[in-house]
Design a protein around this ligand. Structure first.
Ligand code: PSU
Ligand code: MN
Length: 304
């Protein structure tokens, strides 16, 4: 019996060497408010299809590691309460116990790679949290990018993180951080973090070639493609800064820590922006899904 359950559509696409883009599920269960999360999950899949690739949303459903979900499975997951948030440390435990869990960037990369999928689109990755010098809160996503050969398209890392420290750790780990089409590092809701990205690329073909070349060189790990949010949907950095500070104070006041930090901050910022952060989040993730599909198409046409 296979460890991974591919949906029929994803299995056929991989079999016929057609482009596939992996998608995570923590964004559905922990990153977006209900009930909008189901609609957004469907739209992300549609954005991948519109650019000519097959979406493969990843989740653990009653112990089965699924790559590609049916609409019924997507509905179940979006409506579920108290779903586990799975990273490298707890993926196998959830499967062994027969439970249901949503995959973070790290766990989605692991599943995608095992399934033979090289491209994965999401909203934002985890990173080094502010105050990490005291809390040691550094997302396992960074270490995963260093060891699993999947190209991840994200809108940069959120400003709830310490972005300079996140860049430093990624550099130490040997992960290329590539801004798409601009010099500045994107900062999720904003197009610029006010920092220069270490690398820049302007077309999907070069990104696909660089991914392949890492493999040919025997380099472990993937690439982080930082794709700026579309201009029309951007919330300027100056507007976000005080709201983020406020959300972080609230997190501290409520004793939020560990895995709960990122979901708490996202929910609090959603409230503090009267929902505007959600619109921005949706726009950027759709944009990333479309770019992921273009990169996946290039990988196929370059011969895997
Ligand atoms: N960024 C978002 N939305 C999210 C996440 C990040 O904009 O939902 C999720 C991703 O699944 C990411 C995880 O892998 O949060 C990082 O969590 P932590 O900081 O606990 O590693
Ligand atoms: Mn953490």
């Amino acid at each position: 019996m296979s460890l991974i359950h591919l949906s029929p559509e994803v299995a056929a696409a991989l079999d016929e060497n057609r482009p596939v883009v992996a998608l995570e599920s923590t964004i559905i269960t922990h990153g977006l408010p209900k009930p909008q999360n189901l609609d957004v999950a469907r739209r992300i899949e549609a954005a991948v299809r519109d650019e000519g690739a097959v979406p493969a949303t990843v989740a653990v459903l009653e112990g089965e590691l699924c790559v590609g979900l049916s609409d019924a499975q997507l509905q179940t997951l979006a409506a579920a309460e108290r779903v586990a948030k799975l990273s490298r440390a707890d993926l196998a435990v959830c499967m062994a116990a027969g439970r249901t869990g949503a995959t973070t960037v790290a766990a989605t990369m692991i599943a995608a790679h095992r399934a033979g999928i090289a491209v994965f689109a999401t909203g934002g990755i985890g990173g080094v949290h502010r105050g990490a010098e005291d809390s040691f809160d550094v997302s396992a996503d960074l270490q995963e990018l260093a060891q699993t050969p999947v190209s991840v398209i994200a809108a940069g890392a959120k400003a709830i993180l310490d972005l300079p420290k996140t860049l430093e750790v990624l550099e130490t780990l040997g992960v290329p951080v590539i801004a798409f089409g601009q010099d500045a590092l994107p900062a999720f809701w904003s197009r610029s973090a006010g920092l220069r990205a270490p690398l820049r690329m302007d077309d999907p073909a070069t990104i696909a070639r660089a991914h392949r070349m890492r493999g040919q060189l025997g380099l472990a790990g993937g690439q982080l493609i930082a794709n700026p949010i579309p201009e029309a949907a951007e919330i300027p950095r100056g507007e976000m800064t005080p709201l983020i500070a406020r959300a972080m104070q609230d997190a501290t006041a409520h004793g939020i820590h560990g895995k709960d930090v990122t979901p708490y901050l996202l929910q609090r910022i959603y409230e503090l922006t009267d929902g505007r952060s959600l619109e921005a989040n949706v726009a950027l993730v759709l944009n990333n899904a479309a770019l992921g599909a273009r990169i996946a198409r290039e990988m196929v046409s370059q011969g895997g």
